[in-house]
Design a protein around this ligand. Sequence first.
Ligand code: IPE
Ligand code: IPE
Ligand code: MG
Length: 244
Amino acid sequence: MTEAAIEIGSLPVPRHVAVIMDGNGRWAKARFLPRAIGHQRGSEAVREVTRAAADFGVEYLTLYAFSSENWKRPADEVGDLMGLLRIYLRREIGELDANGVCVRMIGNRGRLPRDVLALVDEAEARTRNNRRMTLTLAISYGGQDEIVMAARALAEDAVAGRIRPEQIDAALFASRLETAGIPDPDLVIRTSGEKRLSNFLLWQAAYAEFIFVDTLWPDFGRQELAAALDEYRARDRRFGARPE
Ligand code: IPE
Ligand code: IPE
Ligand code: MG
């Protein structure tokens, strides 16, 4: 490698990495296995990537686990995914807590099965003071819904006289999103070769770097994350300003 090539990787490790974990179904199909097995292997990838992200010094990891549109899938698949979420929350919370990971959920809590919501509440309460890394699980999450809810809350405040409409700016708006307090993602990774956001972090990803990889989510692990972080570090982020 030349000296110039070594100098390229100049950005720090991204503070916030967000991942659209896609391709479980195709992973299973390629092996003539039921989709549920693909999702199960996907949840194992979640364990590995979460550990690796913390080891690499990522401060915020956000994982898109279930979109507001995924409720349109057949009931048995939705049931399998909720079942895996239950297992994940029961099994992993001890290790996450021991490793200093703070767990949060974004998404529509009202649509979750009652016992899954109880597990989420418990995970959040148990890990709330952890500081090594924040793991945000996007479950029943949709970026458009999130923006609409923020707009509605601000409209209610304005009607009630708590704020004046002209006070609404990007910072106030962001403070009403579910991600309030979490910095915007520096890097959004999507697996499985699809190149779209599918309603993920629409507001927050305004200046994120995007990496699309063909790897299917169950095959994405520590090495693949390291490669994505290397690729990110070689990017040139300008935020609309003129490069030096
Ligand atoms: C990602 O895998 C998991 C969820 C969206 C819940 P998919 O189930 O979307 O897998 P593909 O895209 O069909 O391969
Ligand atoms: C996006 O994947 C949602 C999650 C990864 C949770 P989908 O597989 O649902 O997205 P589309 O339907 O291909 O856009
Ligand atoms: Mg998919």
